[in-house]
Design a binder for this molecule. Structure first.
Ligand code: HEM
Length: 387
């Protein structure tokens, strides 16, 4: 059996253009090894691993995270608890407030802005605090997100633990406020979690914090990063932008579905949600290579979403044709529960941005800057808004 080729995914060379390096690697070999573990690069293998939690466990981290690091059957009960927060009805009820926030953020932007830090972060943090009932905590959350991001990138366990403790404190305050208020506690998802029951007992405080940490990290970072990708794509593809503006202005019943399909396809081409980890539980094979129990595996969504054996030209924008194979939201038991929320938020803010502008074009004086591991997409997307 041939050895898995090695690479250095965090080297400066790879970080300079992660997506292009993943493309190169994927074409050369289905898997690549670094001291951190084995990265799975092709679509079919990523799907196979994600859909086999008995062989590829999500318990790869030393931290227990609800429900992310759990495997079935433990995962199942926690997951249905989480899913109940993202139903179609709940998202519809939330939409008017998210639209109000999107309009206010777009109206407050200057003619020149950064789609990630100007539009994305501002929108994401306000949408998040309004959803969870944490209004007033916006600045603290933005600071935490950036510290969390830096800690994850440093791969320094001490730093990661310190940042996690900081977040626990923020959440613990929110929980304490609601416990003290008793029956007068606000009617929001944070209060609801205090009363949620799994296997006949309430969640522990550690579990509540863990769920909220996943939601916050899932929402804030990924929404801002996704907006960067979407706005960059629109500014670089004036025809698609024109077409989608007509859809947004038309406001037909199917407009939201059409815009959601467009967003999914832009994120497939440049998936900012790079990887998730698994650990091998029994002798296994991936892409024709043997893996031993205990080995750590990275599912590389960004690469799998550009696999030419599935999508042909990975950069060709084909929302309808590519939808069924799109892996932006994952697959298997851990498939993203936050998808309805993320999609609603992205569609609403995209609609309001397109309605409020005649054109969004790249800023001729400032170049976009790529984001780096553990995030993909863009760190900065400077654009000019023509109103
Ligand atoms: C553009 C935005 C988002 C993208 C691209 C995304 C993508 C993903 C992917 C690929 C997974 C699968 C992880 C795995 O297999 O290990 C996942 C899981 C998850 N996502 Fe998202 N997500 C987004 C937004 C959100 C939001 C807004 C929330 C919640 C508010 C959220 C909460 C979660 C949680 C809790 C899991 C773990 C589910 C489980 O283990 O069963 N995500 N997400």
């Amino acid at each position: 059996m041939a050895e898995i080729p090695t690479w250095a995914p965090l080297s400066e060379e790879v970080l300079a253009d992660q997506r292009a390096h993943y493309d190169e690697r994927r074409r050369a070999c289905p898997v690549a090894r670094s001291p951190r573990g084995v990265t799975v690069l092709r679509h079919a293998d990523v799907v196979a691993v994600a859909q086999d939690p008995a062989t590829f466990s999500s318990g790869a981290s030393v931290f227990r995270s609800v429900p992310n690091t759990m495997d079935p059957p433990e995962h199942t009960a926690y997951r249905s608890l989480v899913d109940a927060f993202f139903t179609r009805e709940r998202m519809a009820a939330l939409e008017p407030e998210v639209r109000r926030i999107a309009r206010a953020v777009v109206a407050g932007l200057g003619d020149r802005t950064d789609a990630v830090t100007g539009l994305g972060r501002r929108f994401a943090v306000h949408a998040q605090t309004s959803w969870l009932g944490w209004t007033g905590q916006e600045d603290r959350l933005v600071r935490w997100m950036s510290a969390n991001h830096d800690a994850a990138r440093s791969a320094d366990r001490g730093r990661t633990a310190a940042v996690a403790a900081e977040f626990d404190e923020l959440v613990a305050e929110q929980v304490a406020l609601r416990r003290a208020a008793g029956d007068d506690a606000p009617d929001d998802p944070t209060t609801e979690l205090l009363h949620a029951v799994v296997d006949g007992r309430p969640l522990t405080d550690a579990e509540i914090v863990s769920v909220l940490r996943n939601w916050t990290a899932g929402d804030l970072g990924s929404i801002a990063a996704s907006l960067g990708v979407v706005v960059h794509f629109l500014a670089s593809s004036p025809e698609v932008q024109h077409e989608l503006r007509q859809v947004a202005l038309g406001g037909q019943g199917s407009a939201a579905d059409e815009l959601a399909a467009a967003v999914d396809e832009m994120l497939r081409i440049d998936d900012p949600f790079l990887v998730n980890r698994r650990v091998v539980t029994r002798p296994a094979q991936v892409g024709g290579f043997d893996l031993r129990p205990g080995e750590r595996v990275y599912l590389n969504w960004t690469s799998a979403n550009r696999d030419e054996s599935v999508f042909g030209d990975p950069d060709a924008y084909r929302p309808t044709e590519n939808a069924a194979q799109n892996l932006v939201w994952g697959t298997g038991v851990h498939v993203c529960p936050g998808r309805p929320l993320a999609t609603m938020e992205l569609v609403v803010v995209l609609t309001e941005l397109l309605r409020a502008t005649r054109q969004v074009v790249p800023d001729p004086d400032r170049r976009p800057v790529r984001e780096t591991y553990p995030v993909g997409g863009w760190a900065h997307v400077p654009v000019v808004l023509r109103r």
